[in-house]
Design a protein around this ligand. Structure first.
Ligand code: SF4
Length: 349
């Protein structure tokens, strides 16, 4: 039987959450709100928290956005990461505001400016992610290695050397490309050479369906090989979808104990709106860290599937039924089915 042997990496603390070492693989996402719209950003972060997001990143395109960090942080419960490009001063302002982690791209910040950020982050004890992206590699590296996985790794290692020369070791690394094979090769190569934790992701992966498939293959392959400490599934969709996809990948590989939804594909026999109900139940189960199996079935002909589930609902004529391990417990009005199911789930938990 195939088993996953996770490569040991250095543990890095991001706010109250630890990444790497023996910690579970963390699921991250990024807000797509205007950071300056504090209430919209906080609202989105709360939605992300609800579906099990463990770390969230926000864009910091200007000083006003950086100045919002303190206010946003006050209203949320998960660590906050600042996404910094080009302007080192934005990183300094975020540090002043109490950010939990900084993400920089070594391809668009000069060595001298980076040194200033590192020194300041050290003072505040804030970790930094070196986010290497194949589309924005430094010119000298491209000259030597071209746009290749090797170039991505070289860029990360060179930047790490600079960090270490300043006695800074709170580093997380990401090596992203929109090409799955390049991402796999870069991360595999890096993990052979370094113990710093890896943040995995396929950049610009696409819409919900294509992006999830692409990410599942790329991130899934690396995780199966024991590589990766935190993941972000980049999707052209609502950020909550990224988190749900991330948890699905981890759950599929047995890396996270989460409630499992068993839902039928529906057919002409269905007596309830399985697609709508299953989607809603899936969202409501997302945060449950227990491998309970919950079924949503269009009708009750498939008793075998129902028996596998610890608890479930099925359509039955004008009503719905609630069952446990294939045994019907009660008849329920269709409009109250989801709530009854979740009540029963909570009883079991
Ligand atoms: S459980 Fe019922 S509705 Fe769902 S696919 Fe099977 S027969 Fe069809």
């Amino acid at each position: 039987m195939v088993s996953i042997k996770k490569k040991k990496t250095k543990e890095i603390k991001v706010g109250q959450i630890a990444i790497g070492g023996n910690n579970p693989i963390r699921v991250q996402s990024m807000c797509n709100t205007n950071t300056k719209d504090i209430s919209a950003t906080v609202k989105q972060i709360h939605q992300l928290e609800k579906v099990g997001c463990e770390i969230v990143r926000i864009a910091i395109p200007d000083t006003e956005s950086a100045k919002c960090v303190k206010n946003i942080k006050k209203q949320i419960n998960i660590p906050l990461v600042a996404d910094i490009h080009y302007n080192y001063k934005l990183a300094l302002e975020c540090l002043k505001q109490g950010i939990d982690k900084i993400r920089i791209n070594p391809g668009n910040i000069s060595k001298d400016k980076l040194k200033i950020i590192i020194k300041e982050a050290k003072k505040y004890k804030v970790p930094i992610r070196i986010g290497v992206n194949i589309g924005s590699l430094p010119k000298d590296i491209i000259k030597k290695f071209g746009y290749s996985p090797k170039a991505m790794v070289e860029s990360a290692l060179k930047t790490i050397k600079l960090f270490e020369s300043l006695d800074f070791y709170d580093v997380i690394v990401s090596l992203k490309s929109s090409d799955i094979l390049q991402t796999i090769e870069a991360n595999t190569l890096f993990s052979e050479k370094s113990k710093y934790p890896l943040h995995l992701g396929i950049t610009e992966a696409g819409t919900i369906r294509n992006g999830t498939i692409k990410s599942s293959i790329g991130i899934g392959y690396l995780l199966l090989n024991g590589i990766g400490d935190t993941i972000r599934v980049s999707l052209t969709a609502e950020p909550t979808e990224e988190v749900l996809a991330g948890h699905s990948i981890l759950r599929s590989l047995g890396l996270r104990k989460r409630a499992r939804l068993i839902s039928c594909p529906t057919c002409g026999r269905a007596k309830i709106d399985v697609i709508k109900i299953a989607n809603e139940v899936g969202k409501r189960l997302a945060k449950i860290q227990n491998p309970i199996k919950v079924a949503v079935l269009g009708c009750f002909v498939n008793v075998k599937e129902a028996k596998i589930a610890d608890v479930g609902i099925a359509g039955a004529g004008k009503y719905g039924i609630l069952f446990r391990k294939g045994k019907v417990i009660k008849k329920v009005e269709k409009k109250g089915l989801i709530e009854e199911l979740l009540k029963e789930v909570n009883k079991i938990l």
